[in-house]
Design a protein around this ligand. Structure first.
Ligand SMILES: NC(=O)c1ccc[n+]([C@@H]2O[C@H](COP(=O)([O-])OP(=O)(O)OC[C@H]3O[C@@H](n4cnc5c(N)ncnc54)[C@H](O)[C@@H]3O)[C@@H](O)[C@H]2O)c1
Length: 395
């Protein structure tokens, strides 16, 4: 991030913008906000939308932002984006968001559609940078309505190729730690969603010597999984009954299991979601199948007994397991995507892009930005100065 700021800072490209930053309250958010300020973004005009996960340092991160004069709102607050836009208008600034999960664009489009406050159309918004696929899914079918460019770090090669492994690694390690003492080797596991993250989860579970089955609604991905050696089936139910998984990872970003799928379970199973919020497993449907279920506040391993006696345990309350009482991925890992977000914000602020969602634009900007060169220099093979190589060692 710091290297990206050095490259981008000339002329303070974010000086005229009131930023919305949707944030996981991890310590890397502190540096992200600091970098945005160095790029010119006024802190007193900034709003951070807080994602409500149980991170260890969340209260201290909040306190730090408050000290800086940044406004903090809950991400699901339906009026947060409107209030921010109104304040920016009063301050004579334009708005730009670094979003994580689609909290900003749908809110703006809904306001326009309802004829409430045509803030987006009024040109107050320069654009949005989105970092997750769940945010991109929320735009599906509404691309034509976008009055500004959306810079999709979510769909970029940079994020998909490199970050997915880190997420999968943390998710698998955390989920397996949350299991009661269990011997996992040789046991069946199921991965639903063989996309960027699911592919890595399936590989990691195989390395842990589990027998892995994969389901994906997309036939090409299913063929890929089959030819990679996994047990696969077109119907999810077939794997639930036939493969009898001990642990099920959901990495679709949608709701992959509901009443019918829960009822297909024939042995006690643990559910681990990687998708944003708690959408992957239809928890109300699961609770409805177990009318005796009672909420146990603060207890994240919830077991429901289905009719027929099968126990289903939802790990981490159905929320992403890699966020559970841990720091998702380390700051050194999130650094790359956050540097991509900073690069995207400056590209949006430059104002040259057409309205709409064009993933190729983001890929081009990111790959021409110098970010990957920086990364390779930092983490790639060491360069040995020629003068230090002894002559005798040359072939
Ligand atoms: N926990 C984290 O730190 C973290 C980080 C990034 C992304 N995510 C979440 O993980 C999700 C997956 O990310 P990704 O990059 O792998 O996305 P992706 O689009 O590459 O993969 C999703 C896969 O799920 C499949 N799918 C969609 N709906 C399905 C359904 N109902 N049944 C079966 N398969 C279905 C798709 O065909 C696709 O192959 C995202 O939506 C996001 O919510 C979480």
């Amino acid at each position: 991030m710091s290297t990206a700021v050095e490259r981008l800072r000339e002329g303070k490209p974010l000086a005229g913008f009131a930023l919305v930053v949707t944030g996981h309250f991890l310590t890397d958010l502190v540096h992200l906000v600091g970098c945005l300020a160095e790029l010119g973004a006024p802190l007193e005009a900034m709003t951070v939308l807080r994602k409500d996960y149980a991170y260890r340092w969340r209260h201290r991160v909040h306190g730090h932002l408050a000290d800086l004069g940044v406004s903090v709102c809950d991400a699901p607050d339906p009026d947060a984006v409107s209030r921010h836009t109104e304040r920016a208008r009063r301050l004579g600034l334009r708005c730009l968001a670094l979003d994580d999960g689609g909290y900003v664009v749908p809110a703006l489009l809904d306001h326009v559609a309802a004829g409430l406050r045509p803030q987006a159309a009024a040109g107050l918004w320069a654009g949005v940078v989105e970092q997750t696929m769940s945010g991109i899914y929320k735009l599906q079918g509404r691309e034509q309505d976008l009055p500004f460019p959306v810079f999709s770090v979510a769909q970029s090669r940079l994020k998909g190729r490199i970050e997915s492994y880190w997420i999968a690694e943390k998710a698998v390690a955390t989920a397996l730690e949350l299991l009661p003492a269990t011997k996992i080797e040789g046991q069946p596991a199921l991965v639903i969603g063989y996309g960027q993250v699911g592919t890595q989860i399936a590989a990691l579970l195989t390395q842990r010597r589990m027998r892995v089955a994969v389901h994906d609604a997309d036939l090409l991905n299913l063929i890929d999984a089959h030819e990679s050696g996994y047990t696969t089936a077109r119907e999810l139910d077939t794997l639930l009954t036939g493969h009898t998984p001990l642990i099920i990872f959901g990495a679709t970003g949608r709701t992959s299991m509901s009443t019918r799928e829960f009822q297909a379970l024939e042995r006690p199973a643990y559910l681990a979601s990687v998708s944003s919020r708690d959408i992957e497993f239809d928890l109300p449907a699961l609770i409805a199948l177990d009318p005796t279920a009672e909420a146990t506040p603060g207890h994240f391993r919830r077991t429901h007994r289905l009719p027929g006696g099968v126990d289903v345990t939802v790990l981490a309350g159905g929320r992403p397991v890699n966020f559970h009482e841990t720091d998702s991925i380390s700051n050194l890992h999130s650094d790359l995507v956050y540097a991509g977000m900073l690069t995207g914000a400056c590209a949006v602020a430059a104002g040259h892009a057409a309205p709409g969602l064009d993933p190729a634009w983001a890929d081009t900007v990111l790959e021409e930005s110098g970010l990957l060169q920086d990364y390779y220099e930092r983490y790639g093979p060491p360069t040995t100065p020629k003068s230090t190589v002894p002559t005798g060692s040359r072939r």
